[in-house]
Design a protein around this ligand. Structure first.
Ligand code: NAD
Length: 232
């Protein structure tokens, strides 16, 4: 086995695509049936909370029916082998990294399986189906929402993420299109900090030119192969 390196991994929708959870770009998928402005912005939620809950209820059901794939499992294996050296950040709101065995996953866009009260800030495990009429278990307000980060809201854990990027020796971006900021800017931060940067994606992302190396293929093949070369 080679010496552990300080690795920061960023995953996006592409790592869960082969588990049956659609990416933004999948034709005919859940995202294609809705307008982003309607279902993934605070303004959309204020206009029609029932529509937004219906969208996330459908995503939650899909998530619960899905299973982790070989890419999630390989990342969990790497983290278990080098526990103090691997920071796993995801833009995904599913829990497939955790179900594959990963821990301390940094969910920068929140979690589909958690609910939050917009009135008092309390958080709890989301029921499979949420409804605008649900009362907050802490304060009773009918202001419950999925605990996810919408467009126009501030991603979570940014201080911790930036600190990890500044110390990274290797930055690896997996299954993300490089179009949603701030995550799309992580490669530039990692490069500036002196990290080697590797992209694993089905096709070159919008930021592929910023990486030292970009490999194309399905995550379920590329990720286990990459982990195997590290761990042997
Ligand atoms: P995206 O849809 O913009 O891009 C996905 C990328 O994955 C594309 O570049 C595509 O070529 C690649 N890809 C598709 N199938 C792949 C596969 N089998 N193997 C490897 N790569 C594959 O997704 P993104 O960059 O994560 O976009 C950011 C936003 O999408 C985030 O806000 C995220 O929360 C949201 N999102 C999350 C989920 C989820 O939680 N599972 C699903 C859809 C969208």
């Amino acid at each position: 086995m080679t010496q552990p390196q300080r690795i920061v991994i960023l995953t996006g929708a592409g790592v869960s695509a082969e588990s049956g959870l659609g990416t933004f770009r999948d034709a005919g998928g859940l995202w294609a049936q809705y307008d982003l402005e309607d279902v993934a912005t605070p303004e959309g939620f204020a206009r029609d909370p029932g529509l937004v809950h219906a969208f996330y209820n459908a995503r939650r059901e899909n998530c619960l029916a899905a299973a982790p794939n070989a890419a999630h499992r390989a990342l969990a294996r790497l983290q278990a082998a080098w526990p103090d050296h691997v920071t796993l950040i995801t833009q995904n709101i599913d829990d497939l990294h955790e179900r594959a065995g990963a821990s301390a996953v940094v969910h920068m866009h929140g979690e589909l399986l958690r609910a939050r009260c917009a009135a008092c800030g309390a958080c709890w495990d989301a029921p499979v189906r949420m409804d605008p009429g649900d009362a907050c278990p802490a304060c009773g307000a009918r202001a419950t929402r999925p605990d996810v980060v919408w467009f126009g809201e501030i991603p979570r854990h940014m201080e911790r993420i930036e600190a990890a990027l500044e110390r990274a020796e290797l930055f690896v971006s997996i299954g993300t299109s490089g179009t949603v900021y701030p995550a799309a800017g992580f490669v530039a931060l990692a490069r500036a900090a002196g990290a080697r940067c590797l992209e694993l994606n089905l096709e070159p992302s919008a930021t592929a030119a910023g990486f030292d190396e970009a490999r194309q293929g399905p995550a379920s093949a590329l990720v286990p192969a990459w982990v195997e070369t590290l761990l042997g």
